[in-house]
Structure formats: C-alpha cells, structure tokens
Design a protein around this ligand. Structure first.
Ligand code: BGC
Length: 814
C-alpha cells in the first residue's frame, strides 16, 4: 500500500494520506539552523546542536505520537482545523504534504478554505520561514481566526526535560507588536534568544502555555482557539509558548498570505540589552524585514531550490529505471547531505540529546557527500581529527557546538581511527587537495604541531600496536558493530554496553578491523607512494601483507570469514558456534579487500552470504540469531531475534556485500541486493516497510523477526553514503581518483545503456555507457571528445583544470 507518490520533476515526495504508518519527516536547513518537520507539521528546531541550542520543545515517545510541532489552527465558524490534519485531526476535504529538498509544503482544505503552508530555512539565515497562503474558494465572505502555536525549549534539551524544578521558574518572554521573543536565561549567561514573528498586525497573542491550552487540555483542543479569542498572556515561568491570533476577512476567491519566522539571534556581550533593560532586538528586526513580503519569501525559496538544483547537477544519471534515477539523482544525495550535517544526532529515532557527531559515523558520511561541497568535508575532517589522541585512538563522539570530545562515552572503539584515513582519502580522490595533509591539527591530548598526515599515520599504527594472540586487531569496546562488546561482560542492567569494560581487553580480536586495515591500508600505501613517501609506503605494505596472512590463517572458517575471537579466545561467527555462526561484515569487507581471493575465499564467502543471510528484503547481519543473552558477546545478543544487530537487515553493511560482489564481477547479484534495500523500490509495500519510502532506514526487521520487512531508524544512517558509493562507483563504475576518473562498471547484464553526468574538478563529464554484448563488466574502449584513450582512466588534463570544459565520453563494455 502507498501513502503518496514521487513527483520527480519537482523532486518531491507527495503524501496524500496523513495517517502514514509512522511520521514521515523532512529536514529543513543546510547550514547552522536545522529543523525536523513531519507530514503533519510535527517536529522541532535547533541551532547547530540539537542538545545545546534547542529552540522548540519536543516530547519523545509521546502519546499520541508526534504531538509537538509548529501548528496553525484555523477557526471558521464552529469548525476548527489544521492544514496538516494534526493536532485537531478534523477531517479535511483535501490534504497533501509535499516534502521537497529543504522545504515542506503542507496543503489542507476544509469547507472551501484552502491553506498552504511552506516551511523552509532560507540559505544563510538563522531561522525558518513559514509561508502561509489562505484562500477563500467559496462564494461568500469568510471571517477566519488564525492561531499560530509553538512551544519554546530552554536551549539545553536535556536539562529542559529533567531540571523542571528550576525551569518552571525561569521562563521569560517579551512581546513587541507581532513578534514574540523567548529570552529565558538571557538575563544571565546566555547571549542568544529566539523569536516568532508574523508580517501582519495581530489581534492578540498568548505566550503562556496553560493560558493558551488550558491546564488539562492537549494541543488538539486549546481553550483559546475554542473560545476564539487570545488572552494576551505573558509567561512568567512555567512553559513559554508563542501564539499569534490573527483575524482575517476573505471575500469570495480572495487569497492572502501570512509569513511567520521562527528565528535565532546571538548578540555580543556589550550589546545584549537596550537602555530600559529589554533585549536588543535589532538583529531580529532585520531578520523579519528580510522576509516580510511574499515576493521576498518566494525569491528565497527559489534561491534554495536553485541551490539544490546546482548541487544535484554535480552527479546525475539517466538509466531508464525511474526508481534508480530518483534514488541516485535526488533522494540518496539529499540524505547524504542530511547525514553529513547531523551525523546520528537528531531524528525521529535519535533524541538529539544522546549523541553528537560520531567519529566513525561522520567519517563514513563524508564518502557520499564529498562531491557535493568538498570544502565542508574538509572542515569536518579537521574537526574530527582534533578529537584524536596522540596514540591514534580517539573520542567516539563529539558535540557539534563545542567540537570537543564527549568524555561520557570516551574512546577505545578500535575501528574508529581507520575511518579517518578512509574519509581523508575519499576527499583527496575527489579534490586532489593535498594541502589538507599539511594542515596543522593538534591532537586532543597534545598542543604540539602535527599535520593531518601525522594523524593518518597515528591511526594506522594504533591498529598495528594493538593486536591480539592471532596477530589480529584487538576490538576494544566494539568495532563498527557497536553491539559486539567482547570485553564488556555486563550483568548489571544499569550499565551501558558501550562504556562498560570488565575484561583486560588483550584477547578479543576483530576480523572486521583486520579487513578494514587491509582495505584502507592499501589505499593509504598508494597515497604515500603518490606523495613519494616510498619508504613509509613499503613499511605499510609489509604490515598489510602480514595482516592478510593472519586473516587467511586464523580468520577463515572453511566457508566464510570469521567475525572475531572473544575474550576467551573462542571463535565468533563460526560453524563451531550454535548461534551467530556467520556475520555479514567480514564477508563484505574481506572480499572488498581481496583477501585470499586467489585461494577462492571470496567466492566461498559470497556463496555463504546467499545461502545463510539473504532474504527477500535484504541481507541480515548474522545467522542464526542469538536466542538468549551471551555475557561474552554483549549487546548484540540483547535484542530479540531479527532486530537490530541480532540478525536484523542492517542496511549499512548491505552495500559492503554489493561492493564485494562487483569485485567478483557479479553485476546481477549486486544490483539485486541494491534494489532490495533502496527505499523507492519498496514504495508499494509502505504499510509493511513503515518508514519513509524516499530515504534509507538503518534497519529492516530480519527473517527471524515477527515483523519481517518493517524498517526503523530512518534518515540518520551510514547506509546513505555507502549506498551512494556502491551504486555510483561500484555498480555504475564512475570512480574518482587523484589524477582522473576511472570508469569501471559492474552492472546487471540486461542494462544496455545509461548516461552519467559528473562534475569533476570544475569540468563536466557526460559519460555514455553502452553494453552491446550484455556483459556485467569489462571496459572495451573509451572515447573522449572523439579520441580513443588507452586504459579505463580519463586522466585530468591539468591545464584545463577549472576551465569548465565539457568532456563527451563514450564507453563500450564487452
Ligand atoms: C551507530 C554506528 C554503528 C552501527 C552498528 C549505529 O547506530 O551509529 O556507529 O556502526 O550502529 O552497530
């Protein structure tokens, strides 16, 4: 069953039934000001950091779900309704929610009144604009009462929910004409406030939640709206809100607009207050002026649309498969930007309080985003590197506002350092900006000058210096699989699996980190050679070879790669185990790294994936699931069978298998696996899938779950960037390299032609791929601007760099 449809021309998903199986959301903002908005206008907003600078309140796990947002109530006689259906849930004559790139338009119609609210964050603006256009489609005059509603958060979203003995007494607002200012804690150490404005005169306002709603009412039935009159309440403590009351008279067919702005302002210390002690509102006033007319607002919306148009023009394809085209051209790239901006912090499955930016997560997010705005990726790499320690270890997470490592979580996730090498190389292959390697970036625990290149070295040697009895890397608290906690041994439910360590940690080894070491290490060695650091490269090569040998000797289990050794030195992910016999991660990564290829290990591993892990909705993480909690394994065995890391379809590492399959020339299988999890292909089963059909989810319940096929944790997942790399580089075969573009497709045999438009180093490459013999892979010839070239790399002509040349490339497979 579907709840809407894709409108590819407008780059929108149009929801036509408000009762989606879960709130289907969108993100507003591409820079510092960010918002989440659901298909019924639920959600919240923040500046830079969802924990430390939260503007509006949200109550998680609420009943009913998603009961907080930016609401507009329309009172038309005795009928009260919202354009987004919620919270009144008055039945609408027409409803549409159009989630587009950086904006959401919600259209509601009731009793011949139509209301269209477009929510967006203009470029270079610390606020969100809600453009409301209301039209009277009837043949009589209508007198309408409009009430806006948002609830303010006291900035630190965690403290806001917990410390209400204080917070119920600190709330303060100011009202100045049509602008309501939220200034809690501005009197003391904060130099920021927020405001909610409208570009029309108002007939009243409310700023006290209980006055607006009535103490015992929910947002679906506010007293003020029911009475049809604002109370002009001023919040003193309790819960400050902002509600404008506007009276409108609309003649038949008359249309009018109301432009609301929810903004964030920072003042410097000496300009905080006016003489009379009120807050300095200059900046807010300027912000209101920016969008006080429909023309100005529409032009900012167009500017935002052009911004996206331009970004997406950097990579797009035409394949004849509409699902594939819209995933690659629109939604996958959009999701890559969102994951880059938010890491795993704020979604409808992440509170915005628990996690900041993840070291491994943010590095991986870069690989699918770097072609869009490489400068932002560069800045992020520097921020991440700053949270690394001298010995190569690092903080697992950091706060986006302070950019400081989060000491509650600490480090010792031994895969983390390698992801920094991985992401840096992705950046260098896209840009050839080797100046990044010379940037001076201090380690968290040292003030000395160190270059980025030193950080990469420290990362590599951190793995090397922390190996166990089989010469394989020690796992530490966990590797990529945060739930494989082999040193945890926790019997206390009040302990976190991620931060508890009850074993010395000198035995448990990770075959995944070993495979990453080989895969990423090979690229690292190649980079050092490229930089003429040949001695270092030789040294690296030796270590990689030794690690490969260790994996072949002690990391293969007969038909597939082992996953790990636990703290007792026993195998994990082995046929010797009664449960959890085979894991996906090492099958993907070891084959990607060509480990034991000549011995036939790769094909054996991939056959085992097919036999034991593949399902109709994707590849599960392990099999068979753990049926009971295992002290030696930790959180992985804590989930009920089929969910999350315990045999869920963890979408993040499905592309590792896809990329492994392309390594083996298996184009048909790789594309089948791609289609199983790419959400657009599952749109028809949205009732089973439940989460948004336009973005990847972290997890789909596996074959052992009671709800096989049901997805969770949509939006913020490394699945986005890995799948973008898998489809564009491994399947469609356009691989950026230091000195050019490598063309190396591995496609299903039945694709006979497709075109890729790729901006690369300032020039445009229009690449037509022809497959007359219906093969999966193998480039027979390449012609660039009428001339055949040798090999399958289009070498960048340094002289034409940034001259915006167009290269017409014809590729023949066969
Ligand atoms: C985390 C990742 C982790 C993955 C697998 C995600 O929730 O953000 O860091 O690799 O789970 O456990």
């Amino acid at each position: 069953m579907k709840y809407g449809y894709f409108n590819d021309n407008e780059k929108e998903y149009v929801i036509t039934n408000p009762k989606t199986p879960y709130p289907w959301i969108n993100y507003l903002g591409t820079q510092d000001y960010l918002s989440l908005v659901s298909n019924t206008a639920g959600g919240y907003s923040f500046y830079k950091d969802a924990r430390l600078r939260r503007l509006t309140r949200y109550r998680y796990n609420n009943t009913p779900i998603d009961n907080e947002g930016r609401y507009y109530y329309i009172k038309d006689g005795d009928t009260i309704w919202n354009p987004g259906w919620k919270p009144t849930k008055t039945k609408l004559d027409n409803y549409e929610c159009r989630h587009g790139l950086g904006y959401t338009k919600i259209i509601g119609e009731k009793n011949n009144i139509s209301s269209e609210v477009t929510f967006f964050v203009p470029r270079d603006f610390n606020g969100e604009v809600h453009k409301m256009v209301i039209k009277n489609n009837s043949d009589s005059v209508k007198n309408l009462k409009i009430f806006s509603y948002i609830e303010f958060c006291f900035w630190n979203a965690s403290d806001d929910m917990l410390n209400f003995q204080r917070n119920l007494s600190t709330g303060e607002v100011e009202v100045d004409n049509s602008v309501i200012y939220h200034k809690t804690e501005y009197r003391e150490r904060r130099n920021h406030y927020s405001f909610f404005s409208v570009n029309k005169n108002i007939a009243g306002f409310d700023t006290d939640k209980h006055a607006f709603l009535g103490l015992y009412n929910d947002v679906d039935s506010p007293d003020v709206v029911n009475d049809g009159k604002a109370t002009n309440s001023k919040a003193n403590g309790w819960s400050p809100i902002a509600s404008h009351y506007i009276e409108l008279e609309l003649k038949p067919n008359e249309e009018t607009d109301l432009i609301f702005i929810l903004g964030y302002v920072e003042n410097d210390q000496k300009n905080k207050f006016n003489k009379d002690g009120s807050i300095n509102k200059d900046k807010a006033k300027k912000m209101c002026e920016k969008f006080d007319t429909l023309e100005k607002t529409n032009s900012a919306l167009n500017e935002l649309k052009n911004f996206w148009e331009n970004l997406l023009s950097k990579f797009n394809i035409s394949s004849g498969d509409e699902n594939l085209d819209r995933m690659v051209n629109i939604w996958n790239q959009y999701q890559c930007m969102i994951t880059f901006n938010l890491s795993r912090s704020a979604s409808y499955f992440e509170s915005g309080i628990g996690r900041g930016m993840g070291f491994r997560d943010s590095n991986q997010d870069i690989i699918g985003f770097v072609h869009q705005i490489p400068e932002n990726a560069r800045e992020r790499l520097i921020d991440i590197a700053k949270t690394q320690f001298k010995d190569g270890g690092c903080y697992h997470q950091y706060q986006p506002l302070t950019k400081k490592g989060n000491s509650d979580i600490g480090g010792d996730f031994n895969d983390d350092p390698l992801w920094l090498i991985f992401a840096t190389i992705a950046y260098l292959k896209e840009t050839k900006d080797f100046t990044l390697l010379e940037e001076i970036i201090p380690f968290d625990d040292s003030d000395n000058n160190h270059k980025m290149l030193d950080h990469l070295k420290a990362s590599f040697y951190h793995v090397l210096n922390n190996r166990g009895p089989h010469g394989l890397p020690l796992i530490g608290r966990a590797d990529w699989n945060d739930c494989l906690n082999l040193n945890c041994y926790s019997e206390n439910p009040d302990e976190s699996f991620q931060t508890t360590t009850n074993s010395e940690g000198k035995t448990a080894e990770s075959v995944l980190i070993a495979a990453m070491f080989v895969y990423i290490g090979k690229d690292y060695k190649e980079l050092l050679d490229y930089l003429d650091l040949n001695d270092q490269a030789k040294e690296i090569q030796k270590h990689i070879e030794n690690m490969e040998k260790a994996i072949v000797k002690d990391g293969f289990d007969g038909d597939w790669f082992l996953r790990a050794y636990d703290s007792n030195g026993d195998k994990v992910g082995s046929k010797e185990n009664d449960e959890g016999k085979i894991y996906i991660e090492t099958q993907g990564f070891c084959v990607m790294a060509n480990i034991g290829k000549e011995l036939g290990l790769a094909s054996k591993a991939l056959k085992s994936v097919k036999k034991y892990l593949d399902t109709e909705y994707g590849i599960v993480l392990l099999n068979p699931p753990y049926s009971k909690y295992r002290l030696n394994l930790g959180e992985v065995s804590s989930y009920p069978p089929g969910y999350k890391e315990n045999a869920g379809i963890f979408c993040h590492n499905n592309p590792w298998v896809i990329m492994a399959e392309t390594n083996e020339g298996m184009g048909d299988e790789a594309f089948e696996h791609y289609k199983k999890i790419a959400p657009s292909y599952s749109e028809d089963i949205s009732d089973i899938h439940k989460t948004e059909p336009y973005v990847y989810s972290q997890m789909i319940a596996g074959k052992d779950a009671k709800t096989h096929g049901e997805a969770k944790n949509s939006w913020l997942t490394g699945t986005a960037s890995w799948n973008f790399v898998a489809i564009t580089q491994s399947i469609l075969g356009i691989k950026p390299y230091y000195d050019g573009l490598i063309i190396d497709p591995c496609i299903p045999k039945n694709i006979s032609k497709y075109t890729v438009n790729r901006m690369f180093r300032g020039s445009k490459y229009v690449i037509e791929i022809h497959n007359p013999k219906n093969v999966c892979s193998g480039v027979k010839k390449i012609n660039v601007n009428g001339k055949n070239i040798d090999g399958n790399k289009i070498v960048i002509d340094q002289n034409t760099k940034n001259t915006k040349k167009v290269y017409n490339v014809k590729v023949e497979l066969g």
